[in-house]
Write a protein that binds this ligand. Structure first.
Ligand code: ATP
Ligand code: MG
Length: 462
């Protein structure tokens, strides 16, 4: 995978890959796409817009994926009609405006995203324009300048994402040699790579995501500036990064994605504390995170649900010991140090990537479980089994063991305990005897209710 990364099959003479003013047109006999493969709702929207006199095409990921024989996640339409004009054509349309103004056309559960052709930012005029704006490093802050079809092709990120399919004539318009790059399995930015990353550093993450998802290589000029510009990701709003990180790790290719993120120095900008742990304890950290990601990829392949909380718990876990030790060296007892360390680590991580509370709370619960799983005597084991977070905590324990953490056979014990009947379980608890390794602090003293609450890890809010 990594070896393939920088291979460019046919290195272009120029670094900058421009779009053509007239597209290469592939007729229905020259490509494999058929109108019937596309969402009939998306095709219907294109037909409707065209018969109202607008230009309209299927575009982006759906054309790319179809050419590769992959089932598209969704269908996007690009058109010369403005959002208001689009809305006027459809009863079931809603204008949504986050970074860009778009129209969502609803068909039951299917939503087709319809976007007006947009232009790249005119380099000089943007200061006075109220439609577009950049910051000092060239990053685009607002982006609502409408443009022509050619403009629209130009401002797209990768050549393979700038293919327009007209389901009426069944022709593909290729402005940026995207079909060539699909054939050669290459991720190539349109335009000057450095400038395109500076405009929107998230494109660096998208380059990694598509490379891993499609099992492509990155064209060398597209890869070249990434390491140097990786730190620009710090300027991206944490909420947007959260969404991107989910796409990176929940797309079914998380293990490959992780390798590339580390190699291209992007991981440091996303998970600084974990990157530090990767530096300090490379083998353990790498094994734990990759194993979690391999498991995630497998679950996705099997159609099983995956929880982002488990993923983040694994991504951050290797960074925890250093913090806990630091707090302990300042005189804090082990259990409060663990609680405080976890709190600090998550709070810090949320500055970069806005992990919502509905995930940070379970992250804490999974980690707290790690402290509780060794304490099994009396009724504790059965209470833990009944805990709704038991399964995640147990899976996490197995993950730690698979990364080489020494737990004195705790994972196997819990596997057996779950499989055992009542009397077998009683024997297992009895045999624990003094092996029930509750932390010394917890065993010695009878704790007051408030201390107990702390030790049992009532999650505080992040
Ligand atoms: P998928 O939906 O499978 O993840 P996609 O290519 O459809 O892949 P989207 O995020 O849905 O990705 O974006 C749709 C299209 O919009 C892309 O194909 C690309 O042409 C364009 N696009 C999206 N994000 C950017 C960006 N940051 N810079 C430039 N173009 C972009
Ligand atoms: Mg898409």
């Amino acid at each position: 995978m990594l070896k393939k990364l920088f291979q460019s099959l046919r290195p272009p003479v120029h670094v900058t890959h421009h779009v053509r003013t007239t597209p290469e047109v592939l007729n229905s006999g020259q490509h494999s796409l058929q109108r019937g493969q596309f969402s009939r709702h998306a095709v219907g929207i294109v037909e409707r817009l065209q018969s109202a006199g607008y230009q309209a095409y299927l575009v982006g990921g759906c054309v790319r994926d179809m050419l590769l024989g992959i089932t598209p996640k969704d269908f996007d339409v690009a058109t010369s009609a403005t959002p208001e004009q689009i809305r006027a054509e459809f009863r079931n349309a809603r204008v949504i405006g986050r970074r860009f103004k778009l129209v969502h056309v609803h068909f039951g559960r299917e939503i087709i995203e319809v976007a007006t052709f947009r232009a790249n930012h005119p380099q000089d005029e943007e200061e006075n324009s109220n439609h577009s704006s950049r910051n000092e490093s060239g990053r685009i802050l607002r982006d609502n300048v409408y443009g022509t079809l050619e403009d629209d092709a130009q401002r797209r990120d990768f050549t393979i994402n700038a293919l327009y399919y007209d389901p009426v004539t069944e022709r593909i318009l290729d402005y940026a040699n995207g079909v060539h790059d699909i054939r050669n399995r290459l991720i190539r930015l349109i335009g000057d790579p450095r400038q395109r990353y500076q405009e929107d550093p998230v494109r660096m993450l998208r380059a990694v995501r598509f490379t891993a998802k499609l099992d492509f290589g990155i064209e060398k000029h597209t890869a070249a500036p990434i390491r140097e510009l990786a730190a620009m990701l710090r300027e991206i709003p944490s909420a947007r990064l959260f969404e991107e990180v989910l796409k990176l790790f929940l797309g079914g290719h998380a293990a490959d994605t992780f390798e590339m993120l580390v190699d291209l120095k992007l991981f440091d900008s996303l998970f600084p504390a974990s990157a530090e742990a990767l530096e300090e304890q490379p083998t353990y950290t790498h094994t734990l995170i990759s194993q979690a990601l391999v498991n995630t990829d497998l679950r996705i392949k099997q159609g099983k649900p995956v929880t982002p909380a488990f993923l983040f718990a694994a991504l951050l876990w290797p960074a925890l010991p250093a913090r806990v030790l630091r707090l302990q060296s300042r005189g804090m007892p082990p259990i409060p140090a663990m609680q405080e360390g976890a709190h600090e680590l998550i709070a810090e991580q949320c500055q970069r990537i806005a992990i919502p509370k509905r995930f940070t709370i379970p992250i804490r619960e999974i980690w707290d479980m790690q402290e509780r799983l060794p304490r099994r005597s009396g009724k504790r084991a059965d209470l833990l089994l009944d805990n709704p977070r038991f399964r995640a905590g147990y899976d996490f324990l197995l993950l730690r063991e698979s990364a080489g953490e020494e737990t004195d056979g705790l994972g196997e014990w819990w596997t057996e305990y779950q499989d055992g009947n009542d009397s077998e379980r009683r024997v297992m608890i009895r045999d624990l005897g003094s092996r029930d390794d509750a932390p010394a602090a917890a065993r010695k003293r009878k704790r007051s209710p408030s201390k107990r609450k702390q030790a049992d890890g009532a999650p505080d809010s992040e």
